[in-house]
Every structure is written in C-alpha cells, then in structure tokens.
Design a protein around this ligand. Sequence first.
Ligand SMILES: Nc1ncnc2c1ncn2[C@@H]1O[C@H](COP(=O)(O)OP(=O)(O)OP(=O)(O)O)[C@@H](O)[C@H]1O
Ligand SMILES: [Mg+2]
Length: 498
Amino acid sequence: MADQLLHLTGIYKSFAGVRALRGVDLSIESGRIHCLVGENGCGKSTLIKIIAGVYPRDAGEMFINGKEFADINPIDAIREGIQVIYQDFSLFPNLTVAENIALNEELAEGRRLVNWRQVRRVAKDALAQIEVDIPLNARVEEMSVANKQLIAIAKALRLNAQLIIMDEPTSALTEREVRALFTVIHKLQERRDIAFLFVSHKLNEVLEISETIIVMRNGKIVSTGDRKEYDNTRLIFEMTGHDITEKSYAFTPDMSLPPLLKVENLSTTDLLQDINFELREGEIVGVTGLLGSGRTELALALYGTLSLSAGRIYIDDKLVQINSIQDAIANGIGYVPEDRLSEGLFLEQSISRNLVVRIIDRLRGAFGLTDPQKVREQAHHLVNALSIKTSDPELPVKTLSGGNQQRVVLAKWLASTPRVMILNGPTVGVDVGSKEELHEMMKQLASEGMGLLVISDDIPELLQTCNRILLMRHGRIIEEILPSETNENELSAKLIEE
Ligand SMILES: Nc1ncnc2c1ncn2[C@@H]1O[C@H](COP(=O)(O)OP(=O)(O)OP(=O)(O)O)[C@@H](O)[C@H]1O
Ligand SMILES: [Mg+2]
C-alpha cells in the first residue's frame, strides 16, 4: 500500500526465556492515529522499542516507507522519521524550552557558534505549529509533565517526525491536560502527514482519539481495524478473551462503631482548608478532584509528610498526632503513592526483596538475621495473591511490565496489613483485566474491615469501587457524592468544573 509508513511481519522477541513477542504483524498508515491496546505484559512496550531500534528483534521483517531494514538502531529510526516520546521525554532538564526544541538542529548543522536568535525562532515556530503557549526561556525542569510532553512533541516535529509513538502518554496527566494533548493531536491530524501510535489503558480515551485500533494479547496482534468497528465491550473482549462486568460496591457502614479514621478541621498553610470527613471500617471512600485540588496533599497530610496548620485526626475516636511517616504507620495508616516508578519501588532490586521490604522485621530467624526461607515463602505468597506475572521472583522489578510493577507496590503495602489504606491512583497504567482484579481485591480488603481512601480521577473506577466519593476543589471538600445517585457524565462534568 502506498500510504503504508511502517510495516512489520513475523516479529519475535524473547528475554531470557520470556517470549514477549510471538509473531507480530503490524501496519501503520501515514497520517492516521493508531491506538495499541492490550493487557499488562502483552508486549506493547517491547514492540515499540523494537520499532525504535532500542531492542534488536529475534526474527521478522521491518519496512519503513517500503524500504527494508534488516536491523535498525535508534539513530536510523529517528532519521526515518520515527520519534518515540518516552516517559522521561528525553529532554534536558536544565536547558530552556527553546534550547530543548531547537538545539539539536543547530548542532546537527555543524555550526560551532550557536545562533540563539535562530534557536528561539525555530522553537517558537514549532510551538506555534501545535498552537501551545509555553515560555521559551523557562527551564524544562520547571515544567509540568503535560508541558514536557508538548515540548517533546514540538521537538519531534522539528526532527521531521512521520510517526510519533507515545507509550501511555496520559497516565500522568490530569483530565484537563489530556484534553490539551488531544487538541494538539487533532491539530496535527488535520495535516495528514504525521501518524501517531499511542498506548493507553484508558479505553474511553482510546475510543475517543483513535482512527485505527490494534489489540495485542500475549505477544500477538489479535484484532485490528477501524475505530468504528469497536466499542467498549468489544475492546475488552479482544484484550482479555472474555467479558468483564464489574459490580459496584454497595456497603453501609455500622454507625454504632466509632469511625476508624476521623478528620476534623484539617488545614495546611498553603492548600488544604477545613477538611472534615470520616472513614469507617469496611468503607471505600473516593477522593477526587483536579490536580491542585488538594487530593494528594490530603493523603500526604494523613501520612505525616505534610504538616498541618490546624486540625485533628482521630483513630477509633482517639486523638492521634501524625507528624511523620513513622507516626502514620504506628497508627495503622498505609499509603501507596501515585508515582509507582520513582516513589514506590527499588527497580534494580529483586521482586521478592521489594515485596517484603516493609515487613522485613517479621522475617528474621536465628541471631536476628533475615531468614531467606521466610522471605521466599512470603514473596511467593504475595506473588500468587496478586497474580504478579513473573517467571522468577528473584528477577529485578524492572523486568516486570508496568502493570505488574503496580501490583508489587500494592502487595508490599498489603503485606504490612494497615487498617487505613490510602491508595493514590491505584490502577493508573493498569489494563482492564488487572484493574478488575485489583478492584475486587480492594473490595475484599474492605469487607475484611480495612478502611480504604482511594484518590483517583478515573470516573468508572470511583463509581465501581467506592461507597462514597468526596469531591475536592481548591483545597476543600465541596461535595459528598453517592455513586448510586450519579453517573459517569455527571461526575466527569463536576470534576472539571471550576
Ligand atoms: N528487559 C526485560 N527483561 C526481561 N523480561 C522483560 C523485559 N522487558 C519486558 N519483559 C517481559 O516481556 C513481557 C512484555 O512486556 P512489555 O513491557 O512489553 O509489556 P506491556 O504490554 O508494555 O505491559 P504494560 O501495559 O504493563 O506496560 C513481560 O512479560 C515482561 O515481563
Ligand atoms: Mg508497557
């Protein structure tokens, strides 16, 4: 086909016994928006890295604009117009926005003296192409994730990208930032000279933005076609091989018992103002709001990492002081942070080491030394309990797919059996099948008496898992919402309202 930008056939790739790709055939058409979806660990990121020349393939053929590449390295890929925007965006944090967008070119042209006026002009022009307004002289390290992403796109345009690949670009963005990103993509789509390949686990986004959908399962492409041929149900079916129907969490707490956690008039100097709520045994309470609404700050305040300017916290009706993480843990409060990669795990260390890190004191044997047998047993138990997909728990955590890393973070906390568990974005980057399993697990934990505070802006997730939802705006709780009395559209409208 004339408009075929990229064509792959029979791609195989294994890692030390793990067969990540098993005969992938893929076509990318120029100027179209393609979405690649599939469960955690099905091989999406591996496929992208092979296209980008980061990993060599074990077998298979690759054509770019009809030209065969027997092997390809990252520089070839860029020269052929393939640009991958990775999670770290490959930007230079201490250079300015303009320098990041335009400096490459200056250097490539082999000039010894950089023409700064030219750098600014080129950068300005690139940002104008995507119609975004970012200060050219600001340093990239001061930019939000969303802006870094836009800068990376602008840079890709300057490098004559024909195909822009983004692996889970929206997982670190707020709803409003996702809108801004989609506007930029639609703008570029009108030009019909740039193709996109997106990976996302948010099916509503996939259905909204894509023109072509590509579904992977178990290292193969199992379905591909025009967006019009798919809806939510079919997508889930193709990804998992079965249907998913999740039930909501209808739970009425026993009001005769004291609340597990009670927060009164809690404020912090800069954001939170007069927060009041209760969490009872067995409850799953959602906390939602835009970035900057105070949802994460609330979690940090309860977890002792953000100091209070006013307010009281009670556990079982007993006033407690939480001034440090140690205080929080001693009072039975656990926190699973939002950023699984940087905050949650030691990526170079083994899966089992990461799993037991919080309970290592309980796994000591003779002479107070860690008992390797106990560690193995506990790790094995957690790997099974959370269905963590690995061939060997002694492998480093970084060998796991994104969704499986998320399970390790969760498992690590569950091992320490907190009474109040605060989960920040518990299923960000997790596929639908795993998401359902994690939701079931959350409901199970709650029904055994734990209280869960779930910070999320994933509307279906809030409606399916929470028995109450607290909506935050500008540091305050402005409304308590019952899932039974609202729906997806209403809740998303409330979420983005100013
Ligand atoms: N460097 C590596 N070493 C060993 N195994 C790996 C490596 N990279 C990936 N794998 C394995 O290959 C399989 C595919 O992983 P990949 O990261 O491509 O999945 P994915 O579809 O991107 O998943 P996710 O949605 O969770 O990001 C997984 O089983 C993973 O554990
Ligand atoms: Mg991945």
